[in-house]
Write a protein that binds this ligand. Structure first.
Ligand code: THG
Length: 369
């Protein structure tokens, strides 16, 4: 496929770190929350192995944060999600499906409880600001809602703690998975969570001031050198193998959280009130008819830009491939597909058409170990 430049402007926004990424040789971008997200630097495959071995610094400013505060903020946040947040604690992160009135997925953010009545919703790629404002205005809720100017940096990989200690001091080693707290660099407090869009462990730094963010960026690069730190970005191979879902790719507003395998974040038994609760109770009662599964395909190249039909030996449709990439570890294409329930079993075989030829593959469970 021919490659084209993405024209940047006020609508397709750059980030405070874009100039740095470009000086370090960013090789491609996608657009996420109306903003640039790097997809690779030189080689996606080298970066996959490097992420699993060393440590990377990512610009994930695209994980825009919607801040909801005010006396009705707990009510509003709960209205949007099927996960019971009634016991949520300040300084903790929650991965939650956001749901519409039909019980379908709106987004799958990480929510940070910042104060008793103040939340930050770190969104995946859909317009949660509008959804939240629509609900709040129509219900006359006492809330303030805005998109913050926060530009998040992630330090990801097995050596992330080594790097973070050099920058923020030894205290950071006490931070537990999915907790956040405040740590100083050059006298300035940064909110940091132990989280991130990789399975290799790491931290996310929520930078509120782009000047101090750039200083921090350069300092992390400098002290990271000793640990073979490199600039990187969320790696599609690693995230597919690790089953970190990508909203808009693996699932969208036509899918419910049960179909997406997010059952453990759906609380239908408690007395919380959220949009789509009745619809999800019905889904639970009737059962789902399809589910996200892993797939492996005997082929080397794929550039998936729309769903790809998968069929069994009788040409019956078994499901649709939604994300896919060549994995240098499995030496074949790995992907995430919505598979009809009767075919959701390990080593169910299928055929499909890639690069104008018929290829074979099989269904597998997620994550891919
Ligand atoms: N970090 C932050 N915000 C984000 C993302 C992130 N917003 C957009 C996008 N990523 C949201 N999607 C996910 C998907 C998975 C996880 C986080 C955000 C995740 N899941 C863990 C897992 O699957 O192992 C654990 C979930 C849990 O234990 O509750 O981390 O990456 N700030």
């Amino acid at each position: 496929m021919k490659k084209f430049e993405i024209s940047k402007n006020r609508r397709v926004k750059i980030t405070p770190y874009t100039s740095r990424l470009e000086s370090y040789g960013v090789g491609g971008y996608t657009v996420y929350n109306h903003m640039l997200l790097p997809t690779h630097f030189k080689s996606l495959e080298d970066e996959y192995f490097h992420l699993k071995k060393d440590v990377q610094l990512w610009d994930v400013s695209v994980q825009k944060q919607i801040e909801v505060s005010g006396s009705d903020s707990n009510k509003l946040v709960q209205l949007m999600t099927c996960r019971d947040l009634s016991g949520a604690k300040v300084l903790k992160c929650y991965y939650v499906p956001l749901i519409d009135g039909n019980g379908n997925m709106i987004n799958d953010p990480l929510i940070l409880k910042v104060e008793d009545t103040k939340w930050r919703i770190c969104i995946a790629d859909s317009d949660v600001l509008l959804y939240a404002k629509g609900i709040a205005d129509s219900m006359n809720l006492n809330v303030q809602i805005h998109e913050t100017e926060i530009s998040t940096l992630a330090v990801q990989g097995p050596k992330s703690l080594d790097v973070m200690k050099k920058v923020f001091g030894d205290d950071i080693s006490r931070l537990k998975f999915f907790n956040f707290n405040y740590f100083k660099f050059e006298g300035i407090d940064f909110m940091i969570s132990k989280s991130g869009f990789s399975k290799q462990g790491g931290y996310e730094i929520y930078v509120e001031n782009s000047n101090s963010g750039l200083k921090l960026y350069d300092y992390i690069i400098k002290v990271g050198n000793k640990f073979n730190l490199k600039p990187g970005c969320p790696n599609v191979i690693e995230r597919i193998e690790g089953a970190l879902l990508s909203y808009g790719n693996d699932m969208d507003n036509n899918d419910n959280p049960f179909e997406c395998g997010l059952d453990k974040y759906v609380n239908l038994e408690s007395n919380i009130e959220f949009l789509g609760k009745k619809a999800l109770q019905k889904v639970k009662l009737e059962g789902i008819k399809r589910k996200l599964m892993g797939v492996k395909i005997n082929e080397k190249n794929i550039n998936l830009t729309s769903e790809l039909k998968l069929v069994d030996e009788n040409k019956e449709t078994i499901g649709y491939l939604r994300s896919a990439v060549y994995s240098p570890r499995f030496k074949m294409i790995v992907g995430i597909a919505m598979i009809n329930l009767e075919y959701c079993k390990d080593s169910q075989n299928f055929k499909t058409n890639i690069n104008n030829k018929e290829v074979s593959g099989s269904v597998c469970s997620l994550p891919m170990n």
